[in-house]
Design a binder for this molecule. Structure first.
Ligand code: SF4
Length: 308
């Protein structure tokens, strides 16, 4: 099968099980450039929504991929940037819903929830997973580093409005980073925000993959447990991530296809290749380390592979 452009996986998702990913956004295109982003710094900062590609092209690829992969538990619209920037999002979600009885989830930074059209388009999804990392303009600028025109108040009001009108499952996520947003004051501000929102689950995350900025540090297990107690959420840190799959035949290209959207550490790549019956895994890892497309980052004591 040729290289996938919009549909990948299934990849193991720590919240959704095996998830078939759909990415309607060109690489690193976002309205934020979060300091913790696992894709690195945003290349293309954009404010306005665009029809990056035809909805029918994505749905055609979904049809062909779905027929050739193993079981999956959910379809996740996510990928290489912020999916609500895609003007075809509503049509895409409805098209996916017509093609599968699995839940369709959208992972979003929530920045455009102030836009009534975006809110309306997301209504068709079964699960919406917005981020809520900031509590005021200053934290918004230092953590999410949004495109200039975006203001914290409009983003917060949009999230509050959406949470009150959305009828599906709303799963919030806060990314916690040592010394940046883990103080009692920050937790107090998060609690104020959480009181205003209608949500079904709160996930607390910490950067388990190499972040865009070197100064970002993850929280240790004890600190995550403390955060769980204070904020009342569940931690998705350190949950095992295994069971990557790909329909691409060539081993190297299969790994490249996954790390394009989802960085993998050495153990994940080894497990993935062992499942496929690859003979010389060590050799393939060496080839990857020397592949000019690949960035190897030493993080949390392990080599993590991502695309440059
Ligand atoms: S983490 Fe998400 S919202 Fe933040 S820069 Fe990366 S893609 Fe954009």
């Amino acid at each position: 099968m040729s290289e996938s452009r919009y549909v990948y996986g299934p990849v193991p998702s720590r919240r959704l099980g095996m998830s078939l990913g759909v990415s309607p956004i060109p690489k690193k295109t976002c309205n934020y450039s979060c300091i913790y982003c696992q894709l690195g710094r945003t290349d293309k900062m954009v404010y306005t929504r665009e029809m990056f590609t035809k909805v029918s092209d994505i749905l055609d690829e979904f049809d062909s991929t779905k027929g050739s992969v193993n079981e999956f538990d959910a379809v996740t619209v996510v990928g290489e940037g912020e999916p609500t920037l895609y003007l075809g999002l509503g049509k895409l979600i409805r098209g996916l819903k017509d093609r599968t009885d699995k839940p369709v989830a959208v992972i979003t930074n929530g920045a455009l929830l102030f836009d009534p059209e975006v809110r309306e388009e997301l209504m068709a999804a079964d699960i919406v997973m917005p981020s809520a990392d900031a509590w005021d303009e200053e934290s918004f600028r230092s953590i999410n580093r949004p495109v200039g025109l975006l203001r914290y108040k409009q983003v917060r009001d949009g999230l509050v409005d959406f949470s009150k009108s959305y009828r599906g499952q709303l799963w919030l996520e806060i990314m916690l980073m040592k010394g940046i947003n883990d103080s009692p004051e920050a937790f107090g501000r998060y609690k104020e925000l959480l009181k205003e929102l209608n949500y079904d689950r709160l996930y607390l995350n910490t950067p388990v993959r190499p972040p865009a900025e070197d100064f970002v540090r993850f929280l240790e297990r004890d600190d995550m447990e403390r955060a769980e107690e204070v904020l009342g959420g569940m931690s998705i840190d350190l949950l095992v991530s295994e069971g990557f799959q790909s329909v691409v035949e060539d081993d190297l290209e299969a790994v490249i296809g996954i790390i394009k959207r989802h960085p993998m550490n050495r153990f994940e790549i080894e497990g993935f290749l062992a499942n496929r019956g690859t003979k010389d895994i060590g050799l393939l890892l060496d080839i990857m380390k020397n592949d000019e497309r690949v960035d190897v980052v030493h993080y949390k004591g392990i080599d993590t592979f991502r695309l440059k």
